[in-house]
Ligand binder design. Structure first.
Ligand code: GLU
Length: 320
């Protein structure tokens, strides 16, 4: 009987070893809503990394930047995530929108990915300025989004607060459905443009992007220097034939602070060494570069990522 038991145990162990024989690391990546760019581009990165490196990445949808950082640092449900550069800096330092929660600094940067534009979208041609949003039903992103924080900053440049609007909290996909149904007047969407949800909206409705005028842009950039002015070119969305002036932040790939160096190195090298291949799978891949990956990032890098950049002659800051 004892021998039989020992045999069964031995077989179980052999089976367990075989099952993990690829010594594959399994990681979960938090992204954004399904009609956003994080989810689509995150999906491309996840499957590329899973194919090329010995790491399996499960990409999941989420509420966005703030939810992703909480998911890594507090809830321990994500190993990797896409987040806005502004929101991650607030979280790391416990400032601005994270002042109440306190610092959440148990995460590190792997690399900057692409520019995210703050797009203020409406189907109502009478809404021409941010000031016209006062008193209107406006989607300010999903619960846990980074979009919410951008809305607050832009409103402040116009001496408005969130209480001057009727704020609605929805994913990009739901907000563009609400625009179609006339349930909301405008939606703020911080994402790489063209964004799937807006592309879809523009196939059935006339879409207008509201610009930030010069005077308020100067105030916004003076108060919040982490933004950069950006022009969304005419024609980005079907039927919208003028330029829209707005601001950008940087979509950034982050990981939990405890991710081992070799895995961090492997992920960053797989992405940046294969940027051309990744660009064939998703247009945002065209923005991948060593410079964009490292420039203007105010949160420490994972040391495995820093090792990769050092090999390319770029020094980035790691945690003390
Ligand atoms: N940057 C957005 C946010 O954190 C999400 C963008 C996206 O889903 O593409 O609110």
């Amino acid at each position: 009987m004892k021998k039989a038991l020992a045999l069964i145990l031995a077989l179980c162990m052999i089976f367990a070893v075989c099952a993990c024989s690829k010594s594959e690391k399994k990681l979960t990546m938090g992204t954004g809503g399904e009609a956003g760019t994080y989810y689509a581009f995150g999906g491309v990165l996840g499957s590329y990394i899973s194919k090329e490196a010995d790491v399996s990445v499960n990409v999941v949808s989420s509420g966005g930047s703030a939810a992703n950082i909480t998911g890594i640092v507090a809830d321990n449900i994500y190993d990797l995530a896409t987040v806005q550069s502004d929101v991650m800096t607030y979280a790391y330092n416990g400032t601005n929108s994270f002042a109440d929660k306190g610092a959440m600094s148990d995460f590190r940067v792997l690399c900057g990915l692409y520019a995210e534009t703050v797009q203020i979208v409406t189907c109502n041609p009478d809404i021409k300025s941010v000031a016209d949003l006062a008193g209107k039903n406006v989607c300010v992103g999903d619960v846990g989004s980074g979009t919410f924080f951008n809305t607050v900053d832009i409103l402040a440049a116009y001496d408005l607060t969130i209480d001057d609007l009727n704020p609605v909290y929805q994913s990009f996909g739901d907000s563009t459905e609400s625009l179609k149904d006339g349930k909301i007047d405008a939606a703020v969407i911080t994402a790489g443009a063209p964004t799937t949800a807006v592309v879809d909206l523009a196939t059935s409705n006339s879409v207008y992007l509201i610009s930030i005028d010069d005077e308020h842009m100067s105030k916004l950039l003076a108060d919040c220097p982490w933004y950069a002015a950006y022009t969304i070119p005419a024609g980005t969305y079907n039927g919208f034939n003028s330029d829209a002036v707005t601001v950008t932040v940087k979509a950034t790939l982050v990981c939990r602070a405890s991710l081992d160096d070799d895995t961090a190195y492997k992920i960053v090298s797989t992405i940046l060494d294969n940027a051309d291949e990744i660009a064939k799978l998703h247009a945002k891949g065209e923005e991948l570069s060593l410079e964009f990956a490292t420039d203007g990032i105010a949160v420490p890098f994972a040391s495995g990522a820093a090792r990769y950049f050092a090999e390319k002659g770029i020094t980035v800051a790691t945690a003390p």
